[in-house]
Design a binder for this molecule. Sequence first.
Ligand SMILES: Nc1nc2c(ncn2[C@@H]2O[C@H](COP(=O)(O)OP(=O)(O)OP(=O)(O)O)[C@@H](O)[C@H]2O)c(=O)[nH]1
Ligand SMILES: [Mg+2]
Length: 389
Amino acid sequence: MTDPVALAAASEVVIGLAVALPLVAVTGGTVVALRLRGRGAKGRVPVGEVASDAATDEELRAGATAVAVAEATAAPPAVEPATYRGRLGKARGLFAGYLGAVRSRGRIEPATWDDLEEALIRADVGVGATDALLDDLRGRVKAGDIAGPDALVEALKADLVAMLSPGAGGADLAVPGAAAAAGEGDDRPVEVWLFVGVNGVGKTTTVGKLAHRLATGGVRVLLAAGDTFRAAAGEQLAQWASRADADIVRGAEGGDPSSVVFDAVQRAASRGHTLVLADTAGRLHNKVNLIEELKKVRRVADRPPGRVVEVLLVLDATTGQNGLAQAKVFLEAVDVTGVVLTKLDGTAKGGIVVAIQRELGLPVKLVGLGEGAEDLVDFDPGAFVDALF
Ligand SMILES: Nc1nc2c(ncn2[C@@H]2O[C@H](COP(=O)(O)OP(=O)(O)OP(=O)(O)O)[C@@H](O)[C@H]2O)c(=O)[nH]1
Ligand SMILES: [Mg+2]
């Protein structure tokens, strides 16, 4: 019932959330157990109101400490690009057993529906989406539109792709340089992408991978080490900056993250960088402080010449449904524009993609398929679903 890998990963996050989010301490295994008995309860996390804390430019300048700029030297390592099919073996393994059983029966029986339901729930597709998918398929079987198990599996695949395909324009990442191109002279903004999420989900790694990808594509990116909570965080990002041949602005440990982002925007404007990728601290020891800090970072980043064009919520796929409760805290704090779903390579809970889009109304824009520089891909519903079956 309980996947030890997922449980270990979930408990890592739960440790960080223990003080702030007691409701979150529900394992994916528990959700499955609840669903198979009846209906799983979902935790809702209220967020306290926080006072606005607008700093002046002077204060931010004064608060900025020990800004360092690392010019890159190392060449990016040559590695095989990640593919959905190549990296989603775990998730495919989960579906394979159930779908094999469905196909082997030769006709659609009550057990067919039990198998499909269990597969979807175990993959963390979520109760609501599972019911919607199966209701649709049952109706089509009844109407004679789906004849046998093979056609049923194909129809499920098509339904999943349709469910994951957003309405026009929803899931695309902002095109780097588009906002700047629309401005003129002094009105040309420095675009900022903010990365938020709880600890350990893969924010810094995602910023690093993206820096590599964008810099390789010729975009002038500047990294802002907005996680000033510990010195190692800046060092980790500096290594990615070096690999990606990108500049980085860092602050001192314990410094004000808004100051780091402010400095990064100023530096980007003066040096002609198109885009600032801003990492943030993921610790939720004190939820209200974190939320307050994030709101301030966002406000400061959005102050001309800066313009926040993406706020990407990074979620760890291995935490399954628990990630949804985490997400709600961030949704209420900053205007999240999309999700980066990391560690899909290490989990059978790939169905969480469906739950995120359906229950949070947020597009999954990027997916992490490994730890390497090339292991970040655009979310592709067709390739994703194909890799599961
Ligand atoms: N397998 C796999 N591992 C990943 C992926 N993305 C990140 N990781 C790993 O997850 C771990 C945590 O990643 P970080 O980028 O440090 O996470 P973070 O959100 O910045 O963590 P904090 O700064 O502590 O809040 C690292 O060991 C990464 O290599 C992914 O897509 N797949
Ligand atoms: Mg980090």
